[in-house]
Design a protein around this ligand. Structure first.
Ligand SMILES: [Zn+2]
Ligand SMILES: [Zn+2]
Length: 286
């Protein structure tokens, strides 16, 4: 009799504990599976859709005295592969400028995570290839080489469908040599609807650059685009976002450490605090 009471008590605690454990586990699990974007700094964003994850412009050393660097703790978490930075499918680089890209850290990361791919303009790949360790990660490299006004390119990399258009760097026609790529990336996941995001790097907000690709933008709606914040300051920039690129939501990035009052006054959504997140609402078929 006594034994059966003990057994019942033990069973009760066993069941209660396993219930608590399951609850904690599944609630964390469910969060981890939401489609979302997380801000690291400058133009650096983690985008996740279930188990599919990409990191845009995560490693860089320069802030030019006004932009945010990725906080040391966050960088450590990325390199340690701590959630949500575990299981990164690809690192995607918009362009090879010092506030978006550092070849040494990218190579260090790719060596540590052999399953992660690097999708980047040829100019960034050239910097990677100039490093002595490059041979060890050669199979992880997916270069995009696009000339000005060349038709968009596309590739499938594991669960990602990646499309690139070369759009001139801000300040056009200066810095015309920079391969700045506007990426439209669809993240597929076996358990979830696909999501599509757009990272624009340091794109120039002149509609002449976008009009020739109108058909390309129309072919696929983007759930969230991440334009540099200066797009919000001109009617042309807003016209590109609202009418040309076919994106449902925009969250501005590349915001200076001291957020300009002019930006606050626009009422637009933007990232300025490292660690902030946004839910990405999935397209419904119309
Ligand atoms: Zn740049
Ligand atoms: Zn920049």
């Amino acid at each position: 009799m006594t034994r059966s009471i003990i057994n019942t008590k033990q069973k009760f605690w066993k069941n209660t504990l396993s219930f608590i454990f399951c609850y904690l586990f599944t609630s964390t699990f469910a969060n981890a599976h939401d489609a979302s974007s997380t801000y690291l700094a400058n133009a650096s964003i983690l985008v996740t859709n279930g188990k599919t994850k990409v990191l845009f412009d995560p490693f860089f050393h320069k802030n030019f005295g006004q932009y945010q660097l990725v906080p040391e703790q966050t960088l450590k978490a990325v390199f340690a592969g701590l959630p949500p930075f575990d299981g990164i499918d690809a690192i995607i680089i918009s362009h090879a400028h010092g506030d978006h890209f550092a070849a040494d850290d990218v190579v260090r990361y790719l060596m540590r995570y052999p399953a992660t791919k690097l999708i980047a303009p040829q100019q960034a790949i050239n910097q990677v290839n100039a490093l002595p360790e490059a041979k060890k990660i050669a199979k992880q490299l997916y270069p995009i080489e696009l000339k000005f006004q060349q038709p968009p390119s596309s590739m499938t990399v594991d669960s990602l469908f990646v499309e690139g258009v070369r759009i001139p760097h801000a300040g056009w026609p200066q810095r015309a040599d920079v391969e700045n790529i506007v990426f439209r990336v669809t993240l597929k996941d076996t358990d979830k609807a696909p999501i599509t995001v757009m990272h624009m790097g340091d794109a120039d907000p002149d509609d002449d650059h976008y009009l020739p690709f109108k058909e390309h933008w129309q072919q696929q709606q983007t759930d969230t685009a991440f334009p540099p914040y200066w797009f919000f300051f001109s009617s042309e920039g807003n016209y590109i976002l609202d009418e040309l690129i076919n994106a449902k939501q925009h969250t501005g990035v590349h915001v200076p450490t001291v957020v300009p009052d002019k930006l606050k006054a626009t009422g637009k959504d933007y990232f300025s605090v490292s660690g902030d997140t946004r839910e990405i609402k999935v397209s419904t078929i119309e």
